[in-house]
Design a protein around this ligand. Structure first.
Ligand SMILES: Nc1ncnc2c1ncn2[C@@H]1O[C@H](COP(=O)(O)OP(=O)(O)OP(=O)(O)O)[C@@H](O)[C@H]1O
Length: 204
């Protein structure tokens, strides 16, 4: 998966968040997007996911040398964000079944092993609404790593995790070197492995 962002600009309520962001994201490379609170990291990830539209500029996607339209990019993508709600009325087991009606399983991970290493194996019959914030973030990460995808967008992926959870996340990141991964973060431990660090404030 490659993403070519050309002249991306976003305006909210008359004010520019960033302007003329131009960048080529290459397949199998990990990137970090940094910048102070409110600088536009999450907004940029949303634009790159196709969930939100730029005020100006274009995004194009290429996968295996073919152009992928913005409408189809969701098939290649997993997006982990603190503001994306899981379905609270489901148990984790139901959520996993539901999720994999839309996504294929990744070949490089075993779901059972991910559930075990996340500490969620014995929470599968618990309702998501009874999960702690750290358990919800672990559940999102399990679904993301267990899904076949060529693009991972991660927004503050360890904001609710304890030290053991951070180490678990870091170990998993080592195993997705074939995916394009873009992490919005101000926590170096979330992106210490990234090849490139992009400070969005350079496009103010
Ligand atoms: N839907 C929206 N409507 C109006 N303003 C918005 C909207 N979404 C974001 N903003 C504004 O855009 C700016 C960038 O927000 P964004 O969440 O992208 O920043 P961030 O760098 O991810 O911040 P943080 O580090 O706090 O997570 C902020 O000023 C925010 O208030």
């Amino acid at each position: 998966m490659e993403i070519i962002a050309e002249g991306l600009s976003k305006k909210f309520n008359g004010g520019w968040i960033f302007k003329n962001f131009t960048y080529h994201f290459f397949s199998g490379t990990h990137y970090a997007i940094t910048g102070y609170n409110g600088s536009g990291k999450s907004t940029l990830l949303q634009l790159l996911s196709g969930l939100n539209l730029p005020s100006k500029g274009d995004i194009s996607y290429k996968h295996k040398d073919k152009t992928v339209s913005a409408e189809q990019i969701y098939q290649e993508l997993v997006f982990v964000t603190p503001y994306m709600e899981l379905i609270e009325e489901m148990t984790l087991r139901e959520l996993i079944t539901f999720h994999f009606t839309f996504k294929n399983r990744a070949k490089e991970f075993s779901l059972d092993e991910l559930l075990t290493s996340s500490g969620l194996l014995h929470a599968q019959d618990k309702l998501i609404k009874h999960f702690s914030s750290g358990m919800k973030q672990r559940a999102q990460l399990v679904l993301a790593f267990a899904s076949e995808c060529s693009l991972m967008l991660l927004d503050e992926p360890t904001s609710n995790l304890d030290a053991q959870g951070v180490a678990w996340y870091q170990g998993l990141m080592q195993q997705v070197s074939n995916r394009l991964v873009i992490i919005a973060s101000n926590q170096p431990h979330e992106y210490s492995h990234a090849r490139e660090v992009i400070n969005i404030t350079e496009w103010k």
